[in-house]
Design a protein around this ligand. Structure first.
Ligand code: B12
Ligand code: SF4
Length: 495
């Protein structure tokens, strides 16, 4: 059996990092871990190929080669998914779909032959057996969320790893919190399930043996969701890093209460976590309460960010405007918070009601739901009727984008971040692509010569080199990221 696995194209959003990737000479930020896992769940004797549309085009010959096509999608990939399904069906192929978008919106893929709702660790083996017997159904829905002991190690062999800026692994699924707008807890549940230490270390061994060095994204919804197990994992991770010459620097996502746990932060520092993404959402307590995000009201959030930064981790964060309780001065308050937090990568979005979330159900009941969400929180469209005047909300949102990604503001935050985030131990930069001569040359030519904001770049560069020489790679990465965000603002936030 020949299986073609296809990852549809992402639009140009924060997380695509599309404008920063060329500096590193990469095509996409992360490989599609869902499909690598699906590949590992299929019989070893089947032949598999991956086409990631974010890395290269899909040729008709790719489709013709296959007996069956497997596609994944997040909601932002839905248009590309529809194109892929249409092309494969036109060539007479059997199409199997799954992943987070399909799991909440199965009715949106009428042309797919087989639809997987939820995680596939138990349903995919059942499908394979049904296929052999000729009794395969159209819908496979996981009745229970599988323990992660059933999750196989991802099949990295099908990915062209050189094309990606980081590799991904997953330790846990689910999050114990209950944020109203979140679909994670609907799809993956509120009881975080983890892999064993042995599973994790063996996945890392595979990546290391395959020659991977540099960033590894632990893609968990909330890395500290199951603190009891994470406490057992971290010392093993630190020891593994030390034994193997620190081949990886980790990036992950966590809830803000990470700041309350200094022993955990210390363990993360030892294991070489260099970046963490936090869901800060808003400095407005009433809006946090409305979002059922009590974990963000437990203390001063600026202090929390500073604490995490002091353990050697750059903080990245998500911010949201559009809550019912947002006051008139919300836009200024968000700008002020972002400025004071020294979070260079502040991903500000308009609130969106994702399918099948508590927010979606409430807005539906209140008659305020307008359409399905595009999932693109930068696209300046609302899929519900906000309490604030919609035009004012969108205008205020754009004003935040223009301000926080203005070169002067951004570089100021980046410098303050460099100041706050210590780098200790053997240089984590040694595997960092941003120290490579080609990357530095691309950055200095593009940002220091061709770009209209070159003066700001040189001001940043001079200070960064003079005051933070040991963080050169981090400075270069931040400069490249600033360019990506500025380009996004030009696309979405101006006018
Ligand atoms: C890592 C990650 C990313 C990464 C990389 C994604 C990639 N290349 O795969 C990045 C950072 C790029 C990213 C970006 C975004 N993401 Co994201 N991301 C995740 C995260 C945290 C983990 C994904 C992952 O690797 N999971 C591990 C694998 C093993 O799980 P899985 O994909 O679910 O696969 C399992 C099943 O779903 C199933 N399955 C999956 N595909 C298929 C296919 C077939 C054929 C079958 C049979 C089964 C199957 O089998 C697997 C094993 O059980 C998830 C949350 C989560 N827990 O999954 C959010 C998540 C997928 N992202 C989400 C969103 C909204 C986004 C953004 C739009 C955020 C934003 N607003 O900017 C952007 C959009 C990207 C873009 N560039 O425009 C939402 C999707 C919501 C939805 N309903 O579609 C999620 C669920 C989280 C959330 N609520 O925020 N994301
Ligand atoms: S903390 Fe994050 S993952 Fe957990 S429920 Fe809230 S938004 Fe979802």
């Amino acid at each position: 059996m020949k299986i073609l696995l296809i990852n549809p194209e992402y639009p140009d959003t924060y997380w695509s990092f599309r404008h920063a990737l060329p500096f590193e000479g990469k095509r996409s930020a992360f490989p599609p871990l869902g499909l690598l896992t699906v590949s590992a769940l299929l019989p070893a004797a089947w032949e598999k190929r991956l086409v990631d549309l974010n890395v290269r085009r899909l040729k008709s010959s790719d489709i013709e080669w296959a007996d069956m096509v497997f596609c994944t999608a997040m909601i932002v990939q839905k248009d590309s998914l529809a194109d892929v399904i249409a092309r494969c069906k036109a060539l007479g192929k059997r199409v199997v779909v799954g992943g987070p978008y399909v799991s909440t919106s199965a009715e949106q893929v009428p042309d797919a032959d087989h639809v997987f709702i939820g995680e596939a660790e138990t349903t995919l083996p059942e499908f394979v057996k049904d296929l052999e017997r000729g009794t395969a159904r159209r819908i496979y829905e996981a009745t229970e969320r599988p323990p992660l002991s059933l999750a196989p190690a991802p099949d990295f062999s099908i990915a062209d790893t050189k094309r990606y800026s980081a590799m991904s692994v997953q330790y846990s699924r689910g999050c114990p919190f209950n944020c109203e707008f979140c679909d994670i807890i609907e799809i993956y549940g509120r009881v975080p399930r983890t892999k064993s230490n042995q599973q994790m270390l063996s996945e890392l061994d595979t990546l290391r043996r395959a020659g991977w060095r540099g960033t590894v994204f632990i893609v968990d919804d909330n890395f500290i969701g199951n603190k009891k197990n994470v406490r057992k994992l971290l010392p093993a991770l630190a020891e593994w890093q030390a034994r193997n010459g620190k081949p990886f620097e980790f990036l992950t996502e966590a809830s803000v209460n990470l700041a309350d746990d200094e022993p955990l932060l210390e363990e993360m520092r030892r294991a070489n976590f260099r970046r963490v993404f936090l869901g800060i959402e808003t400095p407005v307590v009433e809006s946090l309460k409305e979002a059922q995000k009590g974990q963000n009201t437990r203390g001063d959030m600026l202090d929390s960010v500073r604490k995490i930064q002091s353990y050697g981790m750059e903080v990245m964060a998500g911010f949201i405007v559009g809550f019912d309780h947002d006051p008139e001065d919300i836009f200024d308050r968000q700008i002020r918070f972002i400025r004071e937090s020294a979070i260079p990568l502040a991903m500000v979005g308009l609130l969106t009601a994702l399918p099948d979330t508590q927010l979606w159900r409430r807005l539906k009941k209140e008659g305020r739901l307008l359409a399905e969400s595009s999932g693109e929180n930068t696209s300046c469209t609302l899929n519900f009727v906000p309490k604030m005047d919609a035009a004012r909300l969108v205008e205020g949102y754009k004003a935040i984008m223009r301000t926080v990604y203005n070169s002067g503001e951004y570089y100021q935050r980046a410098l303050e971040c460099l100041r706050r985030v210590p780098v200790d131990g053997p240089s984590p930069n040694k595997h960092n692509l941003f120290t490579g001569a080609a990357a530095v040359a691309r950055i200095t030519v593009k940002l220091g010569i061709l770009d209209r904001e070159r003066k700001e770049f040189w001001r940043f560069f001079t200070k960064a080199v003079a005051e933070h020489r040991e963080k050169f790679a981090m400075s270069m990465r931040l400069a490249a990221m600033g360019y990506h965000f500025r380009k996004l603002v030009e696309a979405y936030g101006e006018g």
